[in-house]
Ligand binder design. Structure first.
Ligand code: UDP
Length: 314
């Protein structure tokens, strides 16, 4: 999904390949199209946008290994299409969602990972994100387009896809909703930095209006949480006491999973303050709260969001 802002108006551009129409707010314009398409450039041309939040991507590491060409097209070609439109039609700033995957495998002694850590991606997804970062920096140098690049940690939140494209937290949430026990791979002691989607959107909002630009930052809580604790966080909560007694299904970790990045962030206090990361949510607490209140990670769907349909152009 790519968000384009002109004054107070937000236009959302999404091909709905992973996104859902009912998640689009009533007060946003919506255009259903692929970021790689000429229509995407036309939208930028006609919209007179001040800024673009470019989040649209192929986001799955395994999919990138199965089909590197598709990953390259969606991620690199899609980004360059948006960058071209941005420079031609006077967009002032781009916010880009990069990923911890750009670091590749990080040795334990290099944790917490700094933004200055060498980038050695071990997946085509990490490589395509790294390449997009480089394109964006060169667009800044060559054409003056200002940018903030965020390297996201493991993001979780309401309405996260759980049909295969979601991460471990959404998988646990689905298992909880279906009355199953969590599938914890290995001994569950592998750690991740789980960051709530609301904190990501706060960071993006700050970056849109911040005087600080042309920077690349890790965007995470800086806290390691084991997969076991994440499972206990989901399944040990009040609303599911009866299920918490269920045994965890322990599975072997495949080599692909074993080499997944374990990381924490390290960013200077000054930068952290400038992009507003002082009071972020404790990892997993929001998840627990949602599950306690709703019995599921996902917010109940409401009919009221459907009027956004009328904004669709194809
Ligand atoms: N994981 C798990 N059970 C699952 C799915 C994943 O225990 O059903 C583990 C996985 O082995 C990994 C961690 O959770 O160690 C995070 O996996 P995810 O795919 O969410 O993120 P990534 O590995 O890409 O950081």
């Amino acid at each position: 999904m790519t968000g384009l802002l002109s004054s107070e108006t937000v236009t959302i551009l999404d091909d709905l390949s992973a996104g859902r129409l009912e998640n689009i707010p009533d007060d946003a314009n919506f255009v259903c199209c692929d970021v790689k398409s000429p229509l995407a450039r036309d939208v930028v041309k006609n919209g007179h946008f001040d800024a673009i939040v470019h989040l649209a991507a192929q986001t799955m590491v395994p999919a990138s290994m199965e089909d590197p060409k598709k990953d390259m097209e969606d991620n690199i070609e899609g980004t360059v299409n948006i960058l071209e439109a941005a420079r031609k039609y006077g967009v002032k700033r781009i916010i880009f969602s990069s990923s911890a995957a750009v670091y590749g495998d990080i040795a334990p002694e290099c944790l917490p990972v700094k933004e200055t850590e060498p980038l050695r991606p071990v997946s085509f997804y990490g490589l395509s994100k790294m390449t997009c970062e480089n394109y964006i920096r060169l667009y800044q140098k060559a054409y003056g387009l200002s940018y903030v690049i965020f390297r996201f940690a493991n993001v979780y939140g309401e309405r996260q896809g759980n049909g295969g494209e979601g991460g471990v937290v959404s998988i646990f949430a689905r298992q909880l909703a279906e009355g199953k026990s969590p599938t914890v791979y290995g001994n569950g002691q592998q750690t991740r930095d789980f960051i709530y989607a609301g904190d990501i959107s706060n960071g993006i909002r700050k970056a849109l209006f911040s005087e600080t630009a042309n920077i690349t930052c890790n965007l995470s809580t800086g806290r390691e949480v084991t997969v076991k604790d994440a499972a206990d966080g989901c399944f040990g909560c009040r609303a599911c006491q009866s299920r918490s007694a269920m045994p965890r299904q322990e599975k072997e970790i495949s080599s692909g999973q074993r080499c997944a990045v374990r990381w924490r962030e390290n960013i200077s206090a000054g930068r952290r303050k400038r992009i507003g990361r002082k009071d972020w949510n404790e990892p997993i607490l929001i998840l627990k709260k949602n599950i306690e209140e709703n019995g599921t990670l996902c917010r109940p769907q409401t009919e009221s969001l459907l009027p956004a349909c009328k904004q669709i152009r194809r």
